[in-house]
Design a protein around this ligand. Structure first.
Ligand code: NAD
Ligand code: LMR
Length: 344
């Protein structure tokens, strides 16, 4: 069983009055993020005016009314320096949403400014050992901007402790495979997402196995069980376009499943994956030929204490290699647009 700290952890959530925030805060406060023995103080950051007022009144009342034993304090603020002061874990959810007719490049520019400000505050006042998960889109590039301002020019954070979330894409892939094979999600192992949290992502089943139960020592390759045509015609389009499909179906972007993925991302990073693979966008140090310094999704395993390791030695087939080259080229393109906006 993973070791758990009994020390109070300060957890900052930005965009806390939003849809994901509402699905996230109660789970953090109940111990689902850092385990059942770790007391937490919540630092909730919102825009000034109505958003922070709604948070400070309504959400604060509801958090209080849950009487969570692990929740020691709640601070609602629109001051990034107060929100990140000495924080141990930060979930950066708040972001400028894509407006009607807005291109991805406009979104990148608008968010680059937000994440420059928040990254600067994190680098100056958060714990130097802060661990950050970026959820707000475009998540990978927002993580990069956060990192550049939190970790350089006097910023005290470590770029390897800043991550972006591709766990929702990972969970979506596992769920589709489990449905197709009529099994539980834990029977699916060694699935991963490579690259960017965008349509260019690369869901990869080439190493994925089906294990009937935990002690099954005869795992079977999933690709053979589900068939190549199902992967190409059904699986890949569904996983890659699931975000837009949810928006079309409910008129708003995924919130509860995104919050669930954020909990899984940080929980597993903090407490370990017990040898199982998950997908995380991390600071690229050139693994598998990814460009250095961008935030790219890789298959990882985690061990307790916020340690991740990219799964080594995998072979990519020609198609995956070419798709990986495209998604990482997109990360570089996004980096260039965002860097220009913030004077890097
Ligand atoms: P939402 O609009 O309901 O909430 C966002 C909140 O952020 C709002 O309350 C807004 O006031 C706040 N906010 C905006 N700018 C801020 C700033 N500078 N500082 C603090 N707060 C700020 O949106 P949501 O549904 O909660 O989604 C949040 C983000 O998560 C969006 O960017 C969305 O695209 C993204 N998302 C990512 C994934 C993923 O898999 N990575 C999945 C789903 C959604
Ligand atoms: C998702 O994957 O559900 C979201 O990233 C979609 C979005 O644009 O908010």
């Amino acid at each position: 069983m993973a070791s758990q700290s009994h020390e109070l952890k300060r957890v900052t959530v930005t965009g806390a009055a939003g849809a994901i925030g509402y699905a996230l805060l109660f789970r953090i406060a109940s111990g689902q993020l850092l385990g059942p023995n770790t007391p937490v103080e919540l630092r909730l950051l919102e825009l000034p005016g109505k958003p922070v007022e709604a948070l400070g009144r309504g959400v604060f009342m509801e958090l209080t009314d849950c009487a969570f034993p692990l929740l020691k304090n709640v601070i609602c603020t629109s001051d990034a320096y107060e929100a990140f002061d000495n924080c141990d874990v930060a979930l950066l959810v708040g972001a400028r949403p894509r407006g009607k007719g807005m291109q991805r490049a406009d979104l990148l520019r608008a968010n680059a400014k937000i994440f420059k400000e928040q990254g600067t505050a994190i680098g100056r006042v958060a714990s130097p050992d802060v661990h950050v998960a970026v959820v707000g889109n475009p998540a990978n590039t927002n993580a990069l901007i956060t990192s550049r301002f939190a970790c350089t020019a006097g910023g005290r954070a470590d770029p390897r402790n800043i991550t972006a979330m591709t766990r929702l894409d990972h969970n979506r892939g596992v769920a589709q495979l489990a449905q197709c094979l009529r099994c539980g999600p834990t029977s699916i192992e060694r699935f991963c997402i490579w690259g960017n949290h965008s349509d260019s992502m690369v869901p990869d089943v080439s190493n994925t196995v089906y294990r009937k139960h935990l002690d099954d020592d005869n795992p079977q390759p999933v690709a053979k069980l589900v068939g190549e045509s199902w992967i190409k015609e059904k699986f890949l389009p569904v996983v890659k376009k699931r975000g837009s499909a949810v928006i079309a179906a409910r008129g708003a972007s995924s919130a509860a499943s995104a919050a669930n993925a954020a909990i899984g991302h940080v929980h597993d990073w903090a407490l370990g994956t017990d040898g199982r693979w998950t997908s995380m966008s991390i600071y690229s140090e050139g693994q598998y030929g990814a460009p250095y310094g961008v935030y790219c999704s890789f298959p990882v395993t985690c061990t307790p204490g916020f340690n991740y390791k990219v799964v080594p030695g995998l072979k990519m087939d020609a198609e995956t290699e070419s798709a990986f080259a495209k998604t990482t080229a997109e990360l570089v393109h996004e980096r260039d647009i965002a860097f220009k906006e913030v004077g890097l």
